[in-house]
Ligand binder design. Structure first.
Ligand code: XMP
Length: 509
């Protein structure tokens, strides 16, 4: 199968480039900048190489570089932002450490027609910039295709050797017709064939599962979310009964979750083990208010439970349903920074008995959902909202008690139910309740009350990296609010969270 390799120079959109190419139906994966030319040569059906963006300057001693020989492979190369500078630098052009960078949407003037910009007419178009350095002098045999106010060489090409550079980011949606540029590169310049679809993704993940797990037994932490459910079914299809799916009831799960899990996964013939560990979780979390500490305690307890099951079952591998956005926010990729040490990946203890394997680690949420549908997971799983590993623990601000868990769970259930009734549940990323560690005055019946407030959090997002609060009609919010205060006697006030991410995060902790 034809493939395009993206070399990672640390840009935050590096993985997005490869995802966009997969969207075009061509297989693409990200490799570290340090990948040697020999390693690249060995890749079968390599049709093109993309050098990603990155925050460094090509003149920094420590900045990531690749071998200059990549430009002599006779395989098309496209440099994006830092990659654009790097091509110029490697091929004896000149890069100026910028004093006048460009950030955000910028006007690009196309001066000359080029295979890369096929379909664009000469003149102006909008692109998305994020750089401080600029290419000042072209390498020999290259020509300038387009410029901006601050980047006199914003697009260049060496048509004969099929080497191209763009100062802007075609992979982000703010660049008008950015996909057209990637399409031109992948199909017209690289000549790659459209051979990548969901079935291929599934086959390649299954092959990896076979290679990594072999004849060993494995356990998977099944949360009931789409990621771990998809990972579980894929692994089960490869290793059958050698997979033990462990659902841990932490006491911090969604409403009637255990019944739901039993019902759904019995249908899928999973070797399912339900462990009620709620007492252990509440005991370990008693009095703990610090969010990161909560995550560590929960991560450790999960692993203790998995270890116990693994010992009983003689399993050697722990499967996790981690996906790409979990890893990038936890600072797992080579050059990314830690936003907060969250997600199940960040919560794992360092010394573990089990080998961790994450078969979905390179996929985005919507890609996982597509796979989930293809392998027969029903809508009740594929359309389900994301639920964090630590569960309600990070939605109860401050210390956690079984009572508070019950209040938060019930309030979240009411929110979900009301959104489902009006067809809004599937349109939003997540909808849940947050319980605050304060009390406020209210009046219920004829008496003054002093009770907890509940925060309603309903957000829209495409990839969990950014999010907006959902503009839910007031009547629906009012219905939710009234039901919460009527049905949960410990609550007398409901507020709606109108913060976007950034600056807020989706979860409150
Ligand atoms: P934030 O709060 O970081 O959430 O904007 C982004 C997405 O990640 C989920 N999330 C977590 N998932 N363990 C998880 O497994 C965690 O500790 C965690 N924290 C946040 C969150 O629910 C949202 O979908």
């Amino acid at each position: 199968m034809d493939r395009i390799i993206v070399l990672d120079f640390g840009g935050q959109y590096c993985h997005l480039i490869s995802r966009r190419i997969r969207d075009l139906g061509v297989y693409s994966e990200v490799k570290p900048a340090s990948t040697t030319k020999q390693e690249l040569f060995k890749i079968p059906n390599l049709k093109g190489i993309i050098l990603s963006g990155g925050a460094a300057s090509v003149y920094d001693k420590t900045s990531p570089k690749c071998s200059k020989d990549i430009l002599k492979f006779k395989i098309p190369v496209l440099g994006i932002c830092y990659g654009h500078h790097l091509i110029a630098h490697l091929d004896k052009g000149e890069v100026l450490s910028g004093t006048a960078g460009e950030y955000g949407v910028t006007e690009l003037t196309i001066k000359k027609s080029s295979k890369l910009l096929k379909g664009f007419s000469k003149g102006k178009t909008l692109v998305w910039m994020n750089h401080k350095d600029v290419v000042k002098k072209l390498p020999t045999n290259y020509s300038v295709i387009a410029c901006t106010k601050n980047s006199p060489i914003a697009v260049f090409e060496d048509n004969q050797n099929k080497i191209y550079g763009v100062q802007f980011h075609p992979e982000v949606t703010h660049t008008t017709n950015g996909m057209k540029i990637l399409k031109n590169f992948v199909f017209d310049i690289c000549g790659a064939k459209r051979e990548w679809d969901t079935s291929q993704v599934i086959n390649s993940i299954k092959q990896e599962i076979k290679d990594v797990i072999g004849k060993r037994k494995a356990v998977i932490g099944l949360s009931g979310g789409v990621d771990s459910s998809t990972a579980a079914i894929l692994v089960k299809e490869v290793i059958g009964k050698n997979l033990i799916a462990v659902y841990v009831d932490t006491g911090l799960m969604r409403y009637q979750e255990t019944e739901f899990m039993r019902k759904v996964f019995t249908k899928h013939k999973l070797n399912l083990k339900i462990v009620d560990a709620s007492d252990r979780f509440f005991k370990a979390l008693k009095g703990v208010t610090e969010p990161e500490k909560k995550r560590k305690i929960i991560g450790k307890l999960f692993i203790d439970v998995f270890d116990q099951v693994a010992i009983q079952e003689k399993a050697k591998v722990l499967i996790q349903g981690t996906i790409y956005s979990d890893r990038i926010e936890s600072g797992i990729t080579q050059h990314s920074s830690i936003i907060k040490s969250h997600h199940n990946v960040g919560g794992l203890p360092e010394n573990m008995m089990l080998e961790v394997f994450e078969p979905l680690k390179n996929l985005y949420k919507d890609e996982v959902r597509k796979i989930a549908r293809k392998i027969g997971l029903s809508d009740e799983i594929t359309k389900r909202h994301v639920f964090p590993g630590p569960g309600l623990a990070i939605r109860i601000v401050g210390d956690i008690t079984p009572k508070k868990a019950e209040i938060t769970r019930k309030a979240s259930y009411i929110i979900e139910q009301e959104l489902k009734k009006v067809g809004l549940y599937e349109k939003v990323w997540m909808a849940f309740a947050v319980l605050l560690p304060i009390k406020s005055v209210g009046i219920q019946g004829d008496a003054r009350s002093y009770k907890f407030p509940i925060v309603i959090r309903i957000i829209e997002s495409k990839d969990a990296m950014t999010a907006n609060f959902a503009k839910i009609p007031y009547e629906i919010l009012e219905k939710i609010s009234t039901r919460i205060t009527n049905e949960i006697s410990e609550v007398n006030r409901v507020v709606y969270d109108i913060s976007n991410k950034p600056p807020a995060t989706m979860e409150w902790e």
